[in-house]
Design a binder for this molecule. Structure first.
Ligand code: DX5
Ligand code: ZN
Length: 218
Protein backbone atom coordinates (compact mmCIF):
# COMPACT_ATOMS: atom_id res chain seq x y z
CA UNK A 1 0.00 0.00 0.00
CA UNK A 2 1.32 3.43 -0.90
CA UNK A 3 2.16 5.66 2.03
CA UNK A 4 1.99 9.45 2.09
CA UNK A 5 3.62 11.77 4.60
CA UNK A 6 2.10 15.22 5.04
CA UNK A 7 4.08 17.69 7.18
CA UNK A 8 1.88 20.16 9.03
CA UNK A 9 3.34 23.67 9.17
CA UNK A 10 1.08 24.63 12.09
CA UNK A 11 3.96 24.44 14.56
CA UNK A 12 6.74 25.34 12.16
CA UNK A 13 8.63 28.60 12.77
CA UNK A 14 6.27 31.16 11.23
CA UNK A 15 8.92 33.87 11.21
CA UNK A 16 10.75 31.87 8.52
CA UNK A 17 7.86 29.90 7.12
CA UNK A 18 9.04 29.64 3.52
CA UNK A 19 12.38 28.17 4.63
CA UNK A 20 10.49 25.72 6.83
CA UNK A 21 8.35 24.72 3.85
CA UNK A 22 11.46 24.21 1.72
CA UNK A 23 12.78 21.75 4.31
CA UNK A 24 9.99 19.25 3.68
CA UNK A 25 10.19 19.02 -0.11
CA UNK A 26 10.75 15.24 0.11
CA UNK A 27 7.29 14.76 1.62
CA UNK A 28 4.19 13.99 -0.42
CA UNK A 29 1.84 16.81 0.54
CA UNK A 30 2.19 19.98 2.58
CA UNK A 31 -0.56 19.99 5.22
CA UNK A 32 -2.06 23.45 5.72
CA UNK A 33 -4.22 23.82 8.84
CA UNK A 34 -6.81 26.56 8.44
CA UNK A 35 -8.55 27.56 11.69
CA UNK A 36 -11.12 30.33 12.12
CA UNK A 37 -11.44 30.61 15.92
CA UNK A 38 -15.05 29.45 15.60
CA UNK A 39 -14.96 25.77 14.70
CA UNK A 40 -11.86 25.44 16.87
CA UNK A 41 -10.51 27.79 19.57
CA UNK A 42 -7.51 28.88 17.52
CA UNK A 43 -6.85 30.92 14.41
CA UNK A 44 -4.19 30.39 11.77
CA UNK A 45 -3.61 31.40 8.17
CA UNK A 46 -5.72 33.91 6.26
CA UNK A 47 -6.85 33.06 2.74
CA UNK A 48 -4.19 35.44 1.39
CA UNK A 49 -1.48 33.67 3.43
CA UNK A 50 -2.77 30.34 2.11
CA UNK A 51 -2.40 31.64 -1.45
CA UNK A 52 1.22 32.66 -0.75
CA UNK A 53 2.05 29.32 0.88
CA UNK A 54 0.47 27.39 -2.00
CA UNK A 55 2.35 29.50 -4.55
CA UNK A 56 5.61 28.90 -2.72
CA UNK A 57 5.36 25.15 -2.05
CA UNK A 58 6.96 22.80 -4.57
CA UNK A 59 4.85 19.91 -3.27
CA UNK A 60 1.04 19.83 -3.54
CA UNK A 61 -0.87 21.45 -0.70
CA UNK A 62 -3.41 19.56 1.40
CA UNK A 63 -5.68 22.18 3.01
CA UNK A 64 -7.37 21.02 6.23
CA UNK A 65 -10.22 23.41 6.91
CA UNK A 66 -11.17 23.67 10.56
CA UNK A 67 -13.71 26.39 9.81
CA UNK A 68 -17.36 26.81 10.73
CA UNK A 69 -18.68 27.54 7.24
CA UNK A 70 -17.09 25.12 4.74
CA UNK A 71 -20.27 25.00 2.64
CA UNK A 72 -19.63 28.65 1.73
CA UNK A 73 -15.83 28.88 1.95
CA UNK A 74 -14.23 25.55 1.03
CA UNK A 75 -14.38 26.48 -2.65
CA UNK A 76 -12.12 29.50 -2.00
CA UNK A 77 -9.31 27.19 -0.89
CA UNK A 78 -9.74 25.14 -4.05
CA UNK A 79 -9.56 28.31 -6.11
CA UNK A 80 -6.47 29.36 -4.14
CA UNK A 81 -4.62 26.42 -5.67
CA UNK A 82 -4.87 23.61 -3.08
CA UNK A 83 -4.36 20.16 -4.56
CA UNK A 84 -6.68 18.76 -1.93
CA UNK A 85 -9.32 20.40 0.28
CA UNK A 86 -10.59 18.64 3.40
CA UNK A 87 -13.54 20.01 5.35
CA UNK A 88 -15.16 18.84 8.58
CA UNK A 89 -18.35 16.83 8.48
CA UNK A 90 -19.44 18.43 11.78
CA UNK A 91 -19.28 21.94 10.30
CA UNK A 92 -21.23 21.22 7.13
CA UNK A 93 -25.01 21.30 6.73
CA UNK A 94 -24.78 19.76 3.26
CA UNK A 95 -21.65 17.62 2.81
CA UNK A 96 -22.86 16.18 -0.51
CA UNK A 97 -23.21 19.64 -2.05
CA UNK A 98 -19.81 20.80 -0.79
CA UNK A 99 -18.18 17.62 -2.06
CA UNK A 100 -19.75 18.24 -5.49
CA UNK A 101 -18.69 21.87 -5.51
CA UNK A 102 -15.08 20.98 -4.68
CA UNK A 103 -15.03 18.22 -7.24
CA UNK A 104 -16.28 20.72 -9.83
CA UNK A 105 -13.28 22.91 -8.97
CA UNK A 106 -10.94 20.04 -9.85
CA UNK A 107 -9.36 19.37 -6.45
CA UNK A 108 -9.13 16.17 -4.46
CA UNK A 109 -11.91 16.15 -1.88
CA UNK A 110 -11.39 15.18 1.75
CA UNK A 111 -13.92 14.75 4.53
CA UNK A 112 -12.74 14.99 8.14
CA UNK A 113 -14.22 13.69 11.38
CA UNK A 114 -13.49 14.74 14.94
CA UNK A 115 -12.76 12.05 17.55
CA UNK A 116 -16.35 12.06 18.83
CA UNK A 117 -17.89 11.49 15.37
CA UNK A 118 -18.41 7.85 14.50
CA UNK A 119 -17.64 6.21 11.19
CA UNK A 120 -21.30 5.39 10.47
CA UNK A 121 -22.09 9.12 10.25
CA UNK A 122 -19.94 9.59 7.17
CA UNK A 123 -20.01 6.15 5.59
CA UNK A 124 -22.54 7.23 2.93
CA UNK A 125 -20.02 9.75 1.53
CA UNK A 126 -17.18 7.30 1.06
CA UNK A 127 -17.97 6.73 -2.63
CA UNK A 128 -17.76 10.45 -3.36
CA UNK A 129 -14.55 11.51 -1.62
CA UNK A 130 -10.84 11.08 -2.32
CA UNK A 131 -9.75 11.04 1.29
CA UNK A 132 -11.24 10.39 4.72
CA UNK A 133 -9.45 12.20 7.54
CA UNK A 134 -9.83 10.63 10.97
CA UNK A 135 -8.63 13.10 13.60
CA UNK A 136 -6.50 11.43 16.26
CA UNK A 137 -6.57 14.52 18.52
CA UNK A 138 -9.21 17.18 19.15
CA UNK A 139 -8.61 19.64 16.31
CA UNK A 140 -7.19 23.01 17.23
CA UNK A 141 -3.59 22.59 18.30
CA UNK A 142 -0.40 20.76 17.40
CA UNK A 143 1.69 18.83 19.88
CA UNK A 144 -1.11 16.80 21.49
CA UNK A 145 -1.01 13.06 22.24
CA UNK A 146 -2.30 10.50 19.76
CA UNK A 147 -5.72 9.17 20.84
CA UNK A 148 -5.48 5.41 20.72
CA UNK A 149 -9.25 5.15 21.17
CA UNK A 150 -9.53 6.22 17.51
CA UNK A 151 -7.85 3.01 16.29
CA UNK A 152 -11.10 1.00 15.98
CA UNK A 153 -12.57 3.76 13.79
CA UNK A 154 -9.51 3.62 11.52
CA UNK A 155 -9.86 -0.17 11.22
CA UNK A 156 -13.57 0.16 10.52
CA UNK A 157 -12.87 2.70 7.77
CA UNK A 158 -10.12 0.52 6.26
CA UNK A 159 -12.45 -2.50 6.21
CA UNK A 160 -15.10 -0.49 4.36
CA UNK A 161 -12.57 1.01 1.93
CA UNK A 162 -11.05 -2.38 1.14
CA UNK A 163 -14.49 -3.59 0.02
CA UNK A 164 -14.83 -0.75 -2.50
CA UNK A 165 -14.32 -1.95 -6.05
CA UNK A 166 -14.26 1.10 -8.30
CA UNK A 167 -12.10 3.41 -6.24
CA UNK A 168 -10.55 3.69 -2.81
CA UNK A 169 -10.22 6.94 -0.90
CA UNK A 170 -7.01 7.59 1.01
CA UNK A 171 -7.29 7.16 4.76
CA UNK A 172 -5.54 10.01 6.58
CA UNK A 173 -4.78 10.42 10.27
CA UNK A 174 -3.88 13.73 11.88
CA UNK A 175 -2.74 14.45 15.42
CA UNK A 176 0.03 13.02 17.56
CA UNK A 177 1.63 11.06 14.71
CA UNK A 178 5.28 10.41 15.60
CA UNK A 179 8.00 7.77 15.36
CA UNK A 180 6.27 6.13 18.34
CA UNK A 181 2.70 6.13 17.02
CA UNK A 182 2.83 5.95 13.21
CA UNK A 183 3.17 2.16 13.09
CA UNK A 184 0.03 1.53 15.14
CA UNK A 185 -1.92 3.93 12.94
CA UNK A 186 -0.56 2.17 9.83
CA UNK A 187 -1.41 -1.24 11.28
CA UNK A 188 -4.97 -0.07 11.86
CA UNK A 189 -5.19 0.84 8.16
CA UNK A 190 -4.14 4.47 7.69
CA UNK A 191 -2.09 5.22 4.57
CA UNK A 192 -1.75 9.02 4.73
CA UNK A 193 -0.12 10.62 7.75
CA UNK A 194 -0.04 14.21 8.96
CA UNK A 195 2.84 15.03 11.27
CA UNK A 196 3.62 18.45 12.70
CA UNK A 197 5.77 18.34 15.83
CA UNK A 198 7.36 15.01 14.91
CA UNK A 199 8.84 16.65 11.81
CA UNK A 200 9.43 20.26 12.80
CA UNK A 201 10.64 19.67 16.34
CA UNK A 202 12.98 16.88 15.26
CA UNK A 203 15.92 19.09 14.24
CA UNK A 204 16.14 17.27 10.91
CA UNK A 205 12.83 17.36 9.00
CA UNK A 206 14.13 15.38 6.04
CA UNK A 207 15.37 12.54 8.25
CA UNK A 208 12.11 12.54 10.23
CA UNK A 209 10.11 12.22 7.01
CA UNK A 210 12.25 9.29 5.89
CA UNK A 211 11.95 7.54 9.27
CA UNK A 212 8.20 8.09 9.45
CA UNK A 213 7.81 6.72 5.93
CA UNK A 214 9.83 3.59 6.74
CA UNK A 215 7.78 2.92 9.87
CA UNK A 216 4.49 3.36 7.99
CA UNK A 217 5.16 1.04 5.06
CA UNK A 218 3.19 -2.20 5.28
C1 DX5 B 1 -4.52 19.86 14.73
C2 DX5 B 1 -4.06 19.93 13.31
C3 DX5 B 1 -2.89 19.08 13.03
C4 DX5 B 1 -1.64 19.43 13.80
C5 DX5 B 1 -0.86 18.18 14.02
O1 DX5 B 1 -5.78 20.39 14.85
O2 DX5 B 1 -5.09 19.56 12.42
O3 DX5 B 1 -2.61 19.02 11.64
O4 DX5 B 1 -0.81 20.36 13.16
O5 DX5 B 1 0.20 18.45 14.86
P1 DX5 B 1 0.98 17.28 15.62
O6 DX5 B 1 1.54 16.37 14.58
O7 DX5 B 1 2.01 18.00 16.40
O8 DX5 B 1 -0.04 16.58 16.49
ZN1 ZN C 1 -4.54 19.14 10.30
Amino acid sequence: MAVRICPSILNADHTRLFEEIDQVATADLLHLDVMDNLFVPNQTFSLEQCREIIAHSVIPVDSHLMIADPDEKAILYAQAGSASVTFHFEASSNPAATIRQLRGAGVRVGLAVKPSTDFESIEEYLDDIDMLLIMTVEPGFGGQSFMIDQLPKITQARDAISKMVMRAPWLQVDGGISLETIAVAANAGADTFVAGSAIYKSGDPELAIRQLRELAVR
